[in-house]
Structures are given as C-alpha cells and as structure tokens.
Design a protein around this ligand. Structure first.
Ligand SMILES: C[S@@+](CC[C@H](N)C(=O)[O-])C[C@H]1O[C@@H](n2cnc3c(N)ncnc32)[C@H](O)[C@@H]1O
Ligand code: SF4
Ligand code: SF4
Length: 427
C-alpha cells in the first residue's frame, strides 16, 4: 500500500501527495535503493514536530503522520524514500548524501572591518565610538586562523563582512579574494546600507565570488529616511537594483521598532516589486540612549510576527525570520549564538554576537579554538536548561531560547528571560 507524505511548502503554498512505495516509473528500483540507503536528512533541517525547517533556504514544510513515520526511520538510517518523494526531498535539500560538501555543518563568522560610517542611523550601536581597527595584515591572519579552525572542525564557513559601512573599506575586494583563496569552503556575504555605489573593482569581485548581499531597509521611504537620513531610501533602492542587475543575490534586513512596525505591509510590497527574494526581520536590540522607547511590548511584538506570517501567505518572497520567537509562526527561531557563530567587532574583540557585547578574546592573539572551546560564557550559553527564569524552563527552549542580546541589553544579564516574549511577561 502506498504511503502518503504531505508537504505544505510556505511561499507559494503547495500541497503535494507522494507514493513512497514505488519509484517514479512505478517500479521498485533495486540499484537505486542500494545507493539511496546512504542518504539521510540534511543537518540544515530542523525538526520542530509538526514542521520541518530548512534553515539554509528558509523553507518550511508541514509533515503528516505518515511522513513523520518515514522521517523517524530515515533518522535511523533505514527506509530511504523512493520515487517522487526522493526526488522532491533531494531537490529541496532535505535529503543528502553524507559525502556531499554542501551537507557539512557551517560556522558563521561576522567580521566587522570598520565601525566608521557615512550614515548616523538612530538605532545603530556601531558608529558612536571610534575604535582602533585591525590592520589589513591582521585581518588576513584572522582569515587564515578561521580557515584552520574550519578544517579541524570539518566544517564549511560563512563570513559576513560588515561595519560600520562596509563599502567604505577600500581593501574589501582583497579581503574577499583572500577568504575565497583558502583551501576550505567559505561563503562570503557583505552587509551594507546600499548608499555607496561600489567601485568597478568591488562589483567585479562581488560577482566573481557570488557574494550574497544584505542591504538594510527599515521602512517605507519616509520612515526609512527618518531613521537613516534624508535621501537614503532612494540611494539604497538604487544600490539594490544595481546588485540585482549584476546577478547578485540580495536580501533585505529590516530592524523592527516602534516607528516602523506599522508600515511593514507597504515595505514588503515595495521590496517585492524590486525583485528581492528574502527579507530578514530582526528585533531592535536596545543599546544606547533613546532605544528603549522604540522597543515594542511583548504583545505588540507577537502581533507583528503574526502579521508578517499572515503576509507571507501566497507570496514568493521569503519573510519568515529564523530568530528567537519566530517558532511561534512555524519558523525555526533557533539562535546560533554559542552553537556555530562568532563575531569579531571593529576593535578586534571576539564577541558571541555583535549585539551581545561580552568580550571573549582579542583576534590579534587569540585563536578561534581558544575562544570557542575555552569560553565559560559560551559553554553556559549552550546549556539552555540553565537559563534564568522562564526561558530556562520553557518547553520551547530547544527551538527558541530567547534573544540573549536583548535580555542583556534590558537586564544586564545575558541569561535572563527574553523581555520581548509574551510568555516571559505573563510570569
Ligand atoms: C551595523 S549595520 C552594518 C552594515 C551596514 N552599515 C547597514 O546598515 O546595513 C548591520 C545591521 O545591524 C543593524 N543594527 C544596527 N543597530 C542595531 C540595533 N541596535 N539593534 C538591531 N539591529 C541593529 C542595522 O540596521 C543593520 O541592518
Ligand atoms: S548605516 Fe549601518 S553602520 Fe551606519 S549608522 Fe546605519 S546601521 Fe549603523
Ligand atoms: S520563554 Fe524564552 S524560550 Fe520560551 S518562547 Fe519565550 S523567549 Fe522563547
């Protein structure tokens, strides 16, 4: 008897039924079965009970009981699916051959190459205090050090080059070239405000290495310019158009705050029209004066997340964030801090995350190994059941854990309950 496996894919909603006891031609294919036995569920897939999330693509899948039975036998290395379900899961990156490079775990480094900036955004933690940055030669050593770490860890890497305004750094192309010349796989990303046109040299470098671009837009034109300065929305849009025309992948980053929460629907339509495929929404981390009044209440925060999930329906653009609390709308919500990420800020300090300013070491003389395995803070971060209060006892802790940066910014304790969660404020 055929086994039904229902997959509900967000974005374009798609309900597909598969027969798993036969292959595509309706036959039992012995050769294929032998090969298929080595396939297993990708490490990018987070199982959230009723849903699977592919954190690499941001896609969400709803799985019925038969599908669940299939997944549990698959997890034990048995009963690899065949036919259409096999093809579907391979195409979606849910099922992988362990020998494939793309299945290797990934370690994310956020490297701040400077903190100076051409803008003065109201909410920003970065431009206020000038710092002594790493020299270019020190940055090369950091990349060597990161590559050595990845090799020993048998992981692929991702470096997000950021600032300050990253495009102000004239040696960015050389840095990206250097990262790509390492004999370990490193995927580069560049975070920018989009207002500074790239030089020909930089654009060629971005295209050559298929660099993923993240451009900040924080509202409609009026609101964005209120936050980021007059004329900067148009400039950022021109930047996005230029990157897309060059064939680069562009995502947009939107920091949710009181002054821009209501214009999210108009913003989504505008970036959709531009041809952007993904928006990363994140919460404001209340660092610095004035930030507190921009913070939403937990109930408002929940409404915004639910509204975005509603706006996702029937749209191709990917809107569901993978940050804490987003599990409530079926996304992953799993924060990688302490698990597979480190930040080096513009002054060369290792941090768990740029928004969590707890120094873990100095990139001028500390290695990734020493920081990653030697930090008691990171060790504690990994033990979610020991978090203080509700986040420690919450049944959702393994898929959420709360935003540690926000907890630290508001209470001074990085292990305190996330103040933006409704469960926390009910206690
Ligand atoms: C520091 S900027 C650097 C890259 C570039 N200058 C830009 O604006 O995208 C990286 C991202 O951090 C966000 N950011 C700055 N301050 C923040 C805060 N207090 N809370 C949350 N995100 C913040 C910015 O909005 C931006 O999307
Ligand atoms: S452009 Fe980026 S780095 Fe500059 S002030 Fe704005 S958010 Fe901060
Ligand atoms: S209590 Fe903490 S772990 Fe639970 S849902 Fe809220 S923020 Fe997430």
């Amino acid at each position: 008897m055929g086994q039904a496996f229902w997959v509900l894919k967000t974005g374009p909603k798609k309900l597909v039924s598969f027969e798993t006891s036969r292959n595509r031609r309706g036959e039992f294919d012995k050769t294929r079965k032998e090969v298929d036995m080595s396939y297993r569920l990708s490490r990018d897939v987070i199982d959230m009970g009723r849903h699977l999330m592919n954190v690499r693509t941001g896609e969400l899948y709803e799985v019925d009981e038969c599908g669940r039975a299939l997944l549990s036998t698959l997890a034990e290395g048995k009963n690899c699916p065949e036919g259409d379900i096999f093809d579907f899961m391979r195409t979606e990156g849910l099922l992988v051959d362990p020998s494939e490079r793309k299945d290797r775990d990934k370690f994310l480094l956020q490297l701040h190459v400077l903190n100076s900036c051409n803008l003065r955004c109201r909410h920003c933690y970065d431009w206020k205090n000038p710092v002594v940055t790493l020299t270019f030669e020190q940055e090369l050593v950091v990349i060597d050090n990161f590559a050595a770490f990845l090799k020993k860890m048998e992981m692929d890497g991702e470096i997000s080059f950021t600032g300050g305004e990253t495009f102000l750094y004239d040696r960015l192309p050389e840095l990206i070239d250097y990262a790509k010349s390492q004999d370990v796989f490193i995927n580069p990303y560049v975070l920018t405000n989009g207002t500074i046109p790239p030089t020909t040299k930089l654009l060629e470098c971005l295209v050559r290495h298929h660099v993923g671009m993240q451009v900040s837009i924080d509202g409609t034109e009026t609101i964005h310019d209120e936050i980021r300065g007059a004329g900067n929305y148009r400039k950022a849009v021109t930047g996005i158009e230029k990157f897309l025309a060059a064939g680069l992948k562009v995502s947009v980053h939107y920091v949710i705050m009181r002054r821009n929460a209501k214009v999210i629907p108009e913003f989504i339509e505008a970036v959709e029209d531009l041809g952007v495929k993904r928006v990363n929404f994140s919460c404001l981390v209340t660092i610095g004066p004035g930030a507190q009044e921009e913070m939403l209440t937990p109930a408002e925060n929940r409404d915004v997340i639910e509204n975005i999930a509603f706006l996702q329906k029937g749209r191709l653009i990917s809107l569901l964030s993978t940050r804490p609390l987003w599990h409530t709308v079926g996304s992953s919500g799993f924060c990688p801090v302490g698990y597979n990420t480190l930040t080096i800020d513009a002054s060369g300090q290792f941090l768990p995350c740029r928004r969590l300013p707890i120094p873990l070491g100095d990139a001028r003389h500390d290695t990734f190994f020493r920081v990653w395995f030697g930090s008691e803070f990171l060790q504690r971060m990994r033990e979610r059941e020991k978090y203080v209060g509700v986040c420690g006892t919450c049944p959702q802790a393994s898929v959420c854990g709360g935003c540690r940066a926000l907890a630290y910014a508001v209470t001074g304790d990085a292990f305190a309950p996330d103040p933006s969660c409704l469960l926390v404020c009910k206690m």
